[in-house]
Design a protein around this ligand. Structure first.
Ligand code: GLP
Length: 244
């Protein structure tokens, strides 16, 4: 779906999420959301907060799983995705803190494999992800699944691509401060979500959006594996769709 701008697109996706959360609440069921970080979903999160504050949209029946976190990363650090999610979303909602899951950037290295296994298990125990929100990196990554990530990859520790570290440099006041690794849900983990909504804005994403949508599925652009999923929505502004 191509919208005139990211503002309209974000408001529409927020409506869609709100409907799902309300529908689940009406059925007395939990709603499991997969959430992304980065600049792309910030307006979407702002709109969800507005719907909570002004229209009484409750998140008490929401369980969330974030895609990824830098490694190592302290949760109270400025660049942590824990801080990001609290600032943009969780601190302003009535979601129960025990229902929030974000990969832990403080796990000792020898325990990371076990941590990742447990993260997958928690997703399963919650009943799987109903709706996964995704952004896309210029390398074609979803979550932090950099080129080389296969379609069946699971939650794990990965090494960040040079381009990704360059793109994150301003957040860390210099590329040398950007962590070299991250914990991310795998492509296979993401593909198990029942519904996926990928958002991309701006001309800087136009080239990778074209490769994702029109290229053959390949691990050199992990987002191309989304083509194999039966319920994916790609939501773009005009600039991001310019090369399609
Ligand atoms: C980050 C995140 C991704 C995000 C992507 C794009 O590195 N790990 O989940 O989708 O890069 O970021 P942005 O939305 O700022 O363009």
């Amino acid at each position: 779906t191509i919208y005139a701008d990211s503002e309209r697109a974000s408001v529409a996706v927020a409506q869609q999420i709100a409907e799902l959360v309300r529908q689940r609440a009406a059925e007395g069921r939990m709603c499991v959301l997969g959430l992304a970080t980065g600049s792309t979903p910030t307006r979407l999160y702002e709109e969800l907060v507005r719907l909570h504050q002004q229209q009484g949209l409750s998140f008490r029946n929401v369980i969330s799983f974030n895609l990824d976190e830098y490694y190592p990363m302290a949760p109270d650090s400025l660049q942590s995705y824990v801080r990001f999610m609290r600032e943009y979303l969780f601190d302003h909602l009535d979601i129960e803190s025990e229902n929030i899951h974000i990969p832990d950037g403080t796990v000792p290295q020898e325990q990371v494999v076990e941590f990742c296994r447990q993260y997958e298990e928690q997703i399963q125990q919650a009943g799987g992800i109903d709706l996964q929100v995704l952004g896309i990196g210029r390398t074609g990554h979803i979550g932090f699944n950099e080129p080389g990530s296969g379609a069946t990859s699971r939650t794990r520790l990965i090494t960040l691509d040079h381009i990704t570290r360059t793109d994150a440099a301003s957040d860390f006041y210099g590329e040398e401060n950007v962590p070299r690794r991250a914990i991310t849900m795998g492509v296979g983990t993401i593909l198990e979500a029942r519904h996926i909504v990928l958002l991309a804005w701006g001309e800087g994403k136009a080239a990778v959006v074209k490769r994702m949508v029109e290229g053959d599925p390949t691990d050199s652009v992990p987002a191309t594996y989304l083509q194999q999923h039966p319920h994916v929505q790609v939501v773009l502004d005009e600039a991001a769709s310019a090369e399609l």
